[in-house]
Design a protein around this ligand. Structure first.
Ligand code: BGC
Length: 744
């Protein structure tokens, strides 16, 4: 309804006819008609994206047809003034597309994408993306640089916060959900925002976990793991794609013709447009791949880039490059077609202006905050709950401690250009507000901020805890410790946070740790210093109320780890869907302390392990506890042998055997036992959130088409290879007993 009213309102303001999504042919005709009228200058203007600086230069660029898109402007009045210059004063009246990094909400901030992934709830993620689009479009933004689909197997990389973690299947489902939420099925709706899949491609495999670093992803891994989420998003209708900063095997993504032309356009049929990342055309010079910006423009256009973000490589050099025969007019025309197509689909020609005055109604609307709270609730993972300390029961005096108990900015996480911390509800505020009537809340932070080594306030927190029934300690990372250009080599809790936990634990009172962070941190040693641990990837505006309800059992944790948690950082990369290798470790190993002095050199019986630490993760992918317990039973396949066109049908009973109504994320994994290339030990193929009342059992059916067992072989041909398989249905990637089946 809201969308419909907005549509009518905007149309009335613009005094124009309704612009519902036009049939495909119409759009193509309009594109061709307009293109035929365009000069080369006007074409390269469309291919140019500028970052907003001051109004006057932007108005001039719009009037002269020298800009196709502007990023980083969110003031509706200024947007309209620039748009008027483009629409009413430029020769052809082509509207500007205004864009922004709306990554996990615009004003109402949702959990960081890694947290959203932990919910395993695509429907919720879609609803959140819809809210983000409603708020951002109210400010005039019709294009967001989201979703980020970079698979990440290294938590040192700061941008793990922005993605869905290590699994291509989970990432794909999240990708589709975000695309649907942003774009809806009617792009011309004024509340629809074009999605941009990024960073195409491989960016998350940065060597050493250092942002912007080179990647070396071999072709089969690229096609089986890194590309699928992008393909899923494109198939869901994503309108734009962004090239990444990294070079893979020496080829910078912005100059990767194979990826942009053969894979994205030819193989997947993508008909939107490709934008570079910020100056990633220009950075090809630094990579040592282009001689100068002009050469970079040549490489990018020939590779298949349509729009240049901020380098100026297209607008400044394409005329010369055409004259010199180094780029083809046909490629310029195609780039412009791709851009205009998206602008037409968005209804920008009918509806170029943003209605001013919408923002007050939209920003932080009560239903937006409600979805943000629910998302935060579902994103929290219960990692430990000794003696069922949680939910808190009979607590009359509660100490709230830790540097993140009342950190309204930091709990929002990375990439929140527009989210205002004034609207954040912190855990401290929420606990006081929602539970303060019955429970005395004593706030003693102990440590003032995450990186502080100052222990002077710890005794006060300890003293308060001694006279209380329990303590909840909010530790983790500041927002600025993850995200772009914020990688870490040490992902332990920083400053005096671990010491705070240890000293509180020594009081003997129940200690609940709540970790708020942008990545899975190495919290192994901290587990010993708390009874329960809730892990909350930066939970956003409504993180406080969500956590408060989880602590007191009004809500029950249901999040699962979207990335493996490491014991020590030296284990990277560690991910569940690894290959078996020839010498897997499957028995207890002799750790360092057991090694005899002057032991003879021998590799006999050696397996793939470390001498100083277990080879397994602290918590595997897909892991998370509940206040209740779940039991999987009667897991049955409908057949032993399947044909290529069959659908595998798995039935099972899921029982809630505890005393809380709760939701379990049931997961289905398969393994292809013998392949023409060795296959991962497990791969997620399906999941669902299943809600059960205490004591309830449900009979569940999961279906997986045999075609989804296909993978790319070493010739890069995707096919299902006949043979033996295993299948698990379980609550995480490390549990369950395998069933066997065959594909013929
Ligand atoms: C980031 C992109 C972002 C772009 C525009 C770049 O630095 O890598 O993810 O969309 O800036 O702000």
């Amino acid at each position: 309804m809201k969308q419909f009213l907005r549509l009518i309102a905007t149309v009335c303001v613009a005094g124009l006819v309704c612009g519902f999504t036009a049939p495909k042919d119409d759009v193509e005709k309009r594109v061709e008609k307009l293109l035929a009228k365009m000069t080369l200058e006007e074409k390269i203007g469309q291919m140019n994206q500028l970052s907003y600086s001051r109004e006057q230069p932007m108005v001039s660029a719009a009037k002269e047809g020298k800009v196709g898109s502007i990023l980083n402007l969110v003031d509706p009045a200024v947007i309209n003034r620039i748009q008027r210059a483009a629409v009413e004063e430029s020769r052809l009246g082509i509207p500007v597309l205004f864009s922004r990094d709306v990554i996990h909400g615009f004003k109402t901030i949702f959990p960081i994408p890694l947290g959203l992934a932990a919910s395993f709830d695509p429907a919720m993620v879609e609803a959140g993306a819809r809210v983000a689009a409603e708020e951002a479009t109210a400010a005039g933004i019709r294009w967001t640089f989201s979703p980020m689909l970079d698979i990440a197997r290294d938590p040192r990389w700061g941008r793990v916060a922005e993605g869905s973690g290590e699994d291509p299947y989970l990432d794909s489902r999240m990708a589709e959900a975000m695309v649907r939420g942003y774009q809806t099925d009617n792009l011309a709706d004024p509340t629809a925002m074009a999605a941009c899949v990024k960073h195409f491609v491989g960016y998350g495999a940065a060597e050493g976990g250092r942002d912007y670093n080179s990647t070396n992803i071999p072709p089969t891994l690229m096609h089986n793991v890194y590309l699928p989420p992008f393909e899923a998003a494109v198939k869901a209708g994503a309108q734009t794609a962004m090239t990444s900063f990294n070079d893979n095997d020496g080829i910078p993504a912005t100059g990767n013709r194979y990826m942009l032309r053969d894979v994205l356009r030819e193989s997947w049929g993508f008909d939107g447009f490709v934008v570079t990342d910020w100056n990633s055309a220009g950075e090809m010079v630094v990579h040592g791949f282009a001689e100068d910006n002009k050469d970079a423009g040549r490489i990018a256009l020939n590779a298949g880039v349509d729009m240049d973000m901020t380098t100026g490589a297209f607008i400044n050099y394409i005329p010369e490059l055409i004259e010199e025969g180094k780029v083809k007019m046909e490629d310029v025309d195609n780039a412009v077609r791709n851009i205009l197509r998206v602008k037409f689909r968005l209804g920008l020609f009918e509806n170029p202006y943003v209605e001013e005055g919408l923002t007050e109604k939209e920003f932080y609307a009560p239903d937006h905050l409600e979805i943000a709270k629910k998302s935060a609730e579902e994103s929290v993972i219960l990692l430990q709950n000794n003696n069922n300390v949680l939910p808190l029961k009979g607590v009359k005096r509660l100490v709230v401690a830790g540097p993140l108990a009342d950190a309204p900015y930091d709990q929002l996480g990375t990439w929140i250009f527009d989210g205002d911390q004034k609207h954040t509800v912190t855990p401290l505020a929420a606990l006081r507000d929602m539970y303060g009537k019955d429970v005395e809340i004593i706030y003693e932070p102990g440590v003032k901020y995450v990186r502080s080594n100052d222990t002077a306030d710890i005794p006060a927190a300890v003293a308060a805890t001694k006279s209380a029934d329990a303590v909840v300690v909010f530790v983790g990372e500041e927002a600025r410790l993850s995200g772009e250009a914020h990688s870490l080599a040490n992902i332990d809790l920083l400053g005096a946070q671990s010491q705070l936990l240890a000293e509180l634990k020594a009081t003997g009172k129940p200690v609940v740790a709540v970790v708020m962070a942008g990545r899975p941190m190495t919290i192994g040693k901290d587990l010993a210093n708390c009874d329960a641990m809730l892990y909350s990837f930066h939970p956003g505006t409504m993180g406080g109320p969500a956590i408060a309800d989880l602590l007191f059992g009004k809500a029950v944790p249901s999040g699962k780890t979207p990335m493996s948690f490491l014991r020590v950082v030296g284990q990277v990369p560690l991910y569940y869907n690894h290959n078996m290798g020839g010498r897997p470790t499957n028995r207890p190993i002799r750790l360092l302390a057991d090694l005899p002095v002057e032991q003879n050199q021998t590799s006999v019986g050696g397996t793939s392990n470390y001498l100083d630490v277990e080879h397994t993760p602290l918590f595997p992918f897909g892991y998370g506890l509940s206040y209740t317990t779940f039991e999987y039973s009667n897991i049955k396949l409908d057949k032993e042998v399947y044909g290529m066109n069959d659908v595998i049908r798995v039935e099972f009973d899921l029982a809630n055997t505890g005393s809380y109504d709760a939701t379990e994320v049931a997961q289905l994994y398969t393994r292809d036992l013998v392949g023409s290339v060795a296959r991962p030990v497990r791969e997620l193929k399906k999941f669902d959130r299943i809600t059960l009342k205490a004591g309830e059992t449900k009979h569940i059916v999961f279906e997986v088409p045999v075609s989804e067992l296909a993978f790319y072989n070493s010739e890069l041909v995707k096919a299902v290879e006949p043979g033996k398989f295993q299948l698990w249905v379980a609550g995480d990637s490390n549990s369950g007993k395998p069933l066997s089946f065959e594909v013929k």
